[in-house]
Design a protein around this ligand. Structure first.
Ligand SMILES: [Zn+2]
Length: 185
């Protein structure tokens, strides 16, 4: 099978979708940095800037005229890079659900929706400290009322999560299960 993109392509690819595949890039300290394309990951490894930590679970191979390389799932930079810390983690549904462990903050049952603690209709913001995971019944019951009007309370105030891996969790939708060990808090 040929790669669809011949320009700068390493050659053909066996057993996986070249375009879709993504590789988790770790710093030398194993801190997750970002997700890169498979091609970028392979270039980083064959040029010696990174080493493969985990190979693709389906044992996919990428080949050029000179070499065949296993497609990585996780790679690690050989030299530590200092990355400027960006405090703001974008709030996404997936990341919010993860912060609240997929549980309704009001009753503890499985969360399927997001609730604005202070309803948007009453000026509540779409931010980490005003959004919580919620089940559908609680969400319906709460409607556009304040917690004080319902006699409800939160066990703890919702806050924005901290740590670089949260940026990754917030922006990447396809999390490979192999990556989880590097994304734990
Ligand atoms: Zn609930």
């Amino acid at each position: 099978m040929r790669c669809a993109d011949d320009r700068g392509c390493l050659g053909g690819v066996i057993g996986f979708s070249w375009q879709r595949q993504r590789v988790l890039l770790l710093n030398a300290t194993y801190e997750p940095l970002t997700v890169v394309s498979t091609r970028r990951a392979i270039v980083l490894t064959i040029t010696g800037r990174a080493e493969t930590v985990h190979e693709d679970e389906d044992h996919a191979l990428a080949h050029s005229e000179q070499l065949v390389v296993p497609v990585p799932s996780v790679i690690r930079l050989r030299h530590f890079v200092r990355v400027p810390y960006r405090a703001q983690i974008p709030m996404t549904r997936a990341a919010l659900m993860r912060r609240d462990a997929n549980r309704c903050v009001y009753c503890g049952s499985r969360a399927t929706t997001i609730d604005h603690v202070v309803p948007r209709s009453r000026g509540g913001a779409n931010t980490w400290d005003n959004c919580v995971a919620c089940c559908a019944p609680c969400n319906r019951r709460k409607a556009d009322r304040l917690l004080s009007e319902l006699g409800w309370s939160l066990n703890r105030a919702p806050v924005a999560p901290k740590g670089r891996h949260w940026r990754l969790l917030a922006t990447v939708t396809d999390i490979d299960p192999v990556w989880e060990q590097y994304l734990a808090a």
